[in-house]
Design a protein around this ligand. Structure first.
Ligand code: GUN
Length: 283
């Protein structure tokens, strides 16, 4: 039996429609949500992501600016740009596209972003709030992935969730969100012994390792929800971390790549930007 597709394009269309209505309501109150994206250097994948973020903003009526800085930009100069955006009332969300070129300190740059404008949810204050179960900005990729998992309609209470990958921007926040949903969460990573023994127990399997077709059909429990966060380029084609064609015959639900989690990530960025703008009204 073939898995049901969790289609990020279809889900995003519906969500972006709702976001556009919230943008319109804000504009009626005199607030146009604004997102500033800082892109340092020429990384080709980052250029595509940043362009797609701009397209998403345009689609829902968010004002967006992209600040392109050369690879040679000094840390102090980058931080100066962030401070200027912190003080700019027309900007509600600030995003520093990662990875930064070698020589720049990502953690130090992220720490300069005003936490209320940190629409990526990467500031240590927002990461800490998630860990403590307090309301804050949640990172876009895990937030979008959870939304997709919820749309399966399955009861998450007590389910076995396995997250493969322990990055600060996906694996760790994903695990926290699933824990909040009362899943029993296992985090696996490059040092995990007998990975397949863990993944085969997963009712919900999230793959965020960055290795093409890493999760094979024999590693998946029949009927599982399989969420593929990977974006890998192989021979000019974009493929996920999951061997889609084989795993779809075993899983109950599966996200495609492209058109899955990636699309939802940008939709959540738009949602986080609108939420940041709405907060300024209630402040
Ligand atoms: N690089 C890869 N994913 C992301 C993301 O979600 N946000 C930022 N800022 N950079 C990224």
């Amino acid at each position: 039996m073939s898995a049901q597709l969790l289609d990020g394009k279809v889900m995003s269309e519906a969500l972006r429609g709702e976001i556009a209505l919230r943008v319109a309501a804000l504009k009626e109150k005199g607030v146009t949500p604004g997102l500033a994206v800082i892109l340092v250097g020429e990384d080709p994948a980052s250029q595509i992501y940043v362009r797609n973020k701009g397209v998403g903003c345009e689609q829902v009526g968010i004002h967006s600016v992209t600040i392109r800085l050369p690879e040679t930009t000094a840390q102090a100069e980058l931080e100066e740009h962030i401070r200027r955006l912190n003080a700019d009332e027309s900007i509600h969300g600030i995003l520093v596209q990662l990875p930064l070129p070698k020589g720049l300190d990502e953690a130090a740059a992220l720490a300069v972003i005003a936490p209320e404008k940190d629409v990526d949810g990467f500031h240590i204050q927002n990461a800490g709030k998630l860990l403590n179960g307090l309301p804050g900005v949640v990172a876009c990729t895990p937030k979008g992935a959870l939304e997709m998992i919820r749309r399966t309609g399955i009861d998450l209470n007590g389910k076995e969730a396995v997250v493969v990958g322990r990055s600060n921007i996906v694996g760790k926040p994903m695990a926290m969100l699933l824990l909040q949903q009362n899943c029993t969460v296992t985090m696996c990573h490059s040092r995990t012994v007998d990975l397949a023994a863990h993944t085969r127990r997963a009712d919900i399997l999230v793959a965020a390792v960055g290795k093409a077709k890493f999760i094979t059909a024999d590693m998946v429990k029949p009927g599982a929800v399989v969420i593929d966060v990977g974006i890998n380029r192989v021979d000019g084609k974009v493929v996920g971390d999951v061997d889609f064609d084989a795993v779809r015959e075993v899983a109950g639900w599966i996200t495609p790549v492209p058109g899955g989690v990636g699309r939802m990530t940008i939709t959540m960025l738009l949602a986080n930007t609108v939420e940041a703008a709405e907060r300024t009204l209630h402040a």
